[in-house]
Design a protein around this ligand. Structure first.
Ligand code: SF4
Ligand code: SF4
Length: 539
C-alpha cells in the first residue's frame, strides 16, 4: 500500500458541507495521492503525439506550447462540428442535479467538483464563453469562464478523477453522458501534450508489441505454454492452445492481464479448459494479444488505431468471427465505437456457435461475441457437465463491471453462469448492481499507485456494498469480468472490506467443469486444496 494512503478510519471521515470557496476559482492543490503522473516523453514520441517533454502536474511550469490556448479552442471548434453529441451535451444540461450524488468520486471525496454536473461545468463554462453568443458578449455574467492556465490544470485534475464509468448518465433525464465529456476534454488536453503515463505507456506498448505490457511474441507463447503445463498438473489433461493458426474458425482475444497477472490468470485456465472440453476450433494471436484499449482514455484516434489490430489479425488469420474474453473497455470500444471507427467488419461472418448452432445476432455488426454469452449458451443447451460443489469454498457475489454492464447490457449471462457453477451466490443491494453498478474507482487509466488516495475514495461505494454481503452472508469472493477490476479491486477490498477476494467467472467455470478423462481434482485453479467431498465428485 502506498505511503500516501491514510488509514480507513481517517479516509472515511467525509464532510459533505459545501465549501465556501467560489467554484469558479480554478486553483488546484496537486496533493500527493490524488493525481496521476505525466506521460514520459518517450511514449509521446512513440505515439507521434505533440509536445513531448519532462514535466509533472505539481510543477509550476507545465511547459505548454506558447499558443496552447489557440490549439485547445481550435480543437474544441473542430470537435463541436464533428461530434453532434458533444454539442448536445454542452447545451442541454438543465442543472437539475439528478446526477450530483451518483458519482463514486463525489461520494468518496465530497469534493463538489466531482459531482458529474459540476465536473462537466468546469468545461461547459469555457464552451459557453467562447462558443455561445451570450457568452461572447456577457462573459462571466452568462456563466462563461476564460480559458486560463489554472483552468487547464483544473481540467487535468478533475477529468482524471472520472473513470468514464457512465453511472451518472443512467440517472440523467436527458441522457447526458459525462464520460463522453471526459473523453473529449482528455482528447483536447492531448493536443498540447497534457496526458498521463498510466494511459500512454500501455498504449505505446500496445502499438509496439500488441499488448499493454510490451510482451513480445515469444513471451506471449511462454505464458500460454506455462498455463498449459499447469493445467496438466491440475487435471491430468494436456490441452492445446494454438497461437497464430491460420484457418481457425475463431480468433480469441483476451486482456493481457489474463496471461500475466493474478487473479486474472485463473480465468485464462478456465478458458483453456472450456475450449478443450468442447473441442473449439480457435486460435490466439501473438499480435492481437490485448483486448484492452487505452485509446478510449486518450482520444478517438488512438482508440481507432489500437482497435484496428484485432480486426487486422482476424483478416490475416482468415477466421470466421471473434470471441472476446473477460475485459471491460475492450467491450465498450467494440460495442459503442468500433463499427463507426473501424467497421464494417463485413469480411467476417455473423457469429454462430459451432457447438450449439446459436446465431449471435447481437454481434451481427461487430462479429465479436463475449465469452459470457458464449458460455451461457453452452450451459443453456446442456453442453457442459458441471459440478458446482467444487466451488463450495466460495460464497460469492457479482460486481457488474461498468463497461459490459452499461455499455453492452451484459447483465443476465454472467449471473446465469454463476448460478450454474456455484451453490452460494448472493446479490449486493439493488442500487449498486446491474445498470446502477458502482465503479471500482480505478478505471480509465486511474489505477496507479501514485493516485492511491483517490482510488480508495472512488472504490468506497463499491467496497461498502461488498461489506454488506460479507457481513450478512459471509461472502468471501467478489466475481467480475473486467481486467482492471481484477487488478484494482483487491487493493480496495483489502483496505475497506478485508476477507473478500476477487476472481473471474471463468475461473469458477474451470473449477466446476467436469472434463472427460480428468484425474481426481485435489485443488482448485488457485492451487488451494479441495475438501474431500468436493474433490471426489468428478465423473
Ligand atoms: S462517468 Fe462515472 S466517474 Fe465520470 S462523472 Fe460520471 S459517475 Fe463519475
Ligand atoms: S442529471 Fe443531466 S441534466 Fe441534470 S444536472 Fe446532471 S447532467 Fe445536467
Amino acid at each position: 500500500m502506498s505511503e500516501a494512503a491514510p488509514k480507513p478510519e481517517e479516509l472515511v471521515q467525509i464532510n459533505y458541507d459545501p465549501p465556501r470557496r467560489d467554484w469558479r476559482n480554478a486553483h488546484v492543490d496537486y496533493r500527493k495521492g490524488t493525481f496521476c503522473y505525466s506521460a514520459a516523453a518517450k511514449n509521446l514520441r512513440y505515439l507521434d503525439l505533440p509536445n513531448p517533454r519532462d514535466w509533472q502536474p505539481f510543477d509550476k511550469n507545465w511547459k505548454l506550447p506558447p499558443n496552447w490556448r489557440e490549439i485547445i479552442l481550435q480543437g474544441m471548434k473542430e470537435r463541436l462540428q464533428k461530434f453532434r453529441s458533444f454539442r448536445l451535451f454542452m447545451d442541454i444540461c438543465v442543472r437539475c442535479g439528478a446526477c450530483a450524488d451518483k458519482c463514486h468520486f463525489f461520494l468518496g471525496s465530497a469534493d463538489p467538483k466531482n459531482m458529474p454536473v459540476l465536473r462537466a461545468e468546469l468545461f461547459r463554462s469555457v464552451y459557453r464563453r467562447y462558443f455561445t453568443l451570450s457568452g461572447r458578449i456577457f462573459r462571466g455574467l452568462a456563466g462563461g469562464r476564460e480559458l486560463t492556465e489554472d483552468v487547464l490544470k483544473e481540467w487535468f485534475y478533475y477529468f482524471y478523477q472520472c473513470t468514464e464509468c457512465r453511472r451518472c448518465s443512467v440517472f440523467c433525464p436527458f441522457g447526458i453522458d459525462t464520460a463522453e465529456i471526459t473523453m473529449m476534454v482528455r482528447e483536447l488536453l492531448n493536443l498540447v501534450g497534457v496526458n498521463t503515463n498510466w494511459v500512454l505507456e500501455p498504449a505505446a506498448n500496445c502499438f509496439r508489441t500488441g499488448n499493454h505490457l510490451g510482451i513480445q511474441p515469444h513471451g506471449f507463447k511462454d505464458s500460454i505454454d506455462f498455463a498449459v503445463d499447469e493445467l496438466e498438473e491440475i487435471t491430468g489433461i494436456r490441452v492445446e492452445a494454438p497461437i497464430n493458426r491460420k484457418g481457425a474458425e475463431i480468433l480469441f482475444v483476451v486482456p493481457s492481464a489474463d496471461y500475466f497477472g493474478t487473479p486474472h490468470y485463473y480465468t485464462l485456465l478456465g478458458y483453456l479448459m472450456l475450449f478443450h472440453e468442447i473441442g473449439l476450433d480457435y486460435t490466439f494471436s501473438a499480435y492481437a494479444s490485448e483486448g484492452g484499449n487505452f485509446g478510449l482514455f486518450s482520444s478517438h484516434e488512438m482508440m481507432k488505431r489500437l482497435n484496428a489490430k484485432i480486426y487486422a489479425e482476424a483478416k490475416r488469420l482468415g477466421v470466421k468471427w471473434i470471441l472476446g474474453g473477460e475485459c471491460g473497455h475492450m467491450w465498450r470500444v467494440v460495442h459503442q465505437y468500433m463499427d463507426t471507427l473501424n467497421g464494417p467488419a463485413d469480411f467476417l461472418e455473423e457469429p454462430v456457435s459451432p457447438i450449439t448452432g446459436t446465431h449471435f445476432e447481437n454481434a451481427r455488426a461487430t462479429r465479436m461475441v463475449h465469452i459470457c454469452e458464449f458460455t451461457a449458451d453452452l450451459i443453456h443447451n446442456h453442453k457442459l457437465k458441471l459440478d458446482p460443489r467444487r466451488n463450495d469454498h466460495w460464497k460469492l457475489t457479482y460486481h457488474d463491471s461498468c463497461n459490459p454492464a452499461r455499455a453492452m447490457g451484459l447483465l443476465e449471462e454472467p449471473r446465469y453462469i454463476l448460478r450454474n457453477v456455484s451453490n452460494q451466490f448472493y446479490e449486493m443491494p439493488e442500487n449498486t448492481i446491474r445498470e446502477q453498478t458502482f465503479c471500482c474507482g480505478s478505471g480509465a487509466g486511474l489505477g496507479t499507485d501514485e493516485n492511491i488516495e483517490m482510488r480508495l475514495r472512488g472504490g468506497l461505494p463499491r467496497a461498502n456494498a461488498v461489506k454488506y454481503v460479507r457481513d450478512k452472508h459471509g461472502v468471501n469472493l467478489l466475481t467480475c469480468i473486467c481486467a482492471i477490476d481484477k487488478a484494482t479491486l483487491p487493493t480496495a477490498l483489502e483496505y475497506w472490506t478485508p476477507g473478500v477476494e476477487v476472481g473471474g467467472i471463468h475461473e469458477l467455470v474451470g473449477n466446476a467443469l467436469v472434463m472427460k478423462g480428468e484425474q481426481e481434482r485435489t485443488t482448485d485453479l488457485r492451487g488451494e486444496p479441495l475438501h474431500q467431498k468436493e474433490a471426489a465428485v468428478h465423473a
